[in-house]
Design a binder for this molecule. Sequence first.
Ligand code: NDP
Length: 396
Amino acid sequence: MSNRTLIIGAGGVGNVVAFKCAMNVDIFGEIILASRTVSKCNVIAENIQKKTGIEIKTAQVDANFVDKLVKLFYEVKPHIVINVALPYQDLTIMDACTQYGVNYLDTANYEHPDSAKFEYKEQWARDKAFKEAGIMGLLGSGFDPGVTNVFCAYAQKHYFDEIHTIDILDCNAGDHGYPFATNFNPEINLREVSANGRYWENGKWIETKPMEIKQVWAYPEVGERDSYLLYHEEMESLIKHIKGLRRIRFFMTFSESYLTHMRCLENVGMLGIKEVEHKGQKIIPMEFLSTLLPDPASLGERTKGKTNIGIYAQGIKDGKDKTVYIYQVSDHEKCYDEVMSQAVSYTTGVPAMIGAKLILEGVWSDKGVFNMEEFDPDPFMEELNKQGLPWQIIEK
Ligand code: NDP
């Protein structure tokens, strides 16, 4: 029996997931791309048809409503639902999956629209409902979270008796030529980078001011870059699952120009997420800013340069100190040539497709809600090499 795959969300990441599922059509079978604005799905479907010859279907859905989602599920009868809409829709889509009884996957953890705080609590709380429905939920199957979790599990499985410290290193050295733009959804991106930083050491979280801690890291194939400590969601699950961990931090690169724009926007209140009144109309400054900024999907064509994302782990093997750096380099222009998206969407969409593929094949299989590092990393690492995200290891 052929599978049916439902993808929700037709942004930069949804485009890559739809392309890559079409390129693995023998596994994904009938592919349906649904989103709030169906015209965006239709453009992607046309591009896929032109570039791969594969036809996918499209549908309209507002994923903020469980009943609308369940109705769509009864029409489509999916074997898996890939959620690449926004983190605000995670809970409604998960609840629709338990009501209908279909496996679920996403790339970003739930974030409440009214508070810039993202955490797994509410998604983990659905574990029982998923078990009772006999379905699997795979959380955070993008690059970070996602591949970074798998890199940690791979390091733990093959290179360490105990990992003591992990630094997750995310470098985007791409240049899109605009003075200021974000590489994925502007609202989600700006909320993430303007929040306080946080890292975990000796059993507790330590909070920092936004961008307070800076280090210079040398990224293979890119060079040295200023990297800033941020809170990032995969740390919340990794501290539960990596043996002997004493510290975990997350660093992301930003250029001086990006930071100057950010500071300026923040100082004038444009990053606010509370409603303000403007000439009798209520607007949310961050939402308005998102409308003004270039659509991330439009950056693909103009972005040049590379990304390098990886994990730097230190610990003990056979009583000796050990260091392992696992990383993946992607080239924006090559990604665009393949699937008409820049590398940030590509590096998120490919792992989403791989996670879904492993679920459909029964290679990763269980009942309940899981993070990526809870499964055997080896088949995922193999797929990365085959599906366009080859990785490297440096060990000392
Ligand atoms: P975009 O903003 O480009 O796309 C989001 C899509 O979701 C749009 O098509 C939008 O529709 C749709 N959408 C929004 N609200 C709804 C709704 N209520 N019902 C149905 N569809 C809706 O975002 P990206 O593609 O850049 O990002 C997608 C996801 O990937 C996000 O959750 C992001 O956080 C995550 N991500 C994860 C990364 C990782 O490494 N783990 C890295 C980068 C992103 P419309 O066009 O109508 O607005």
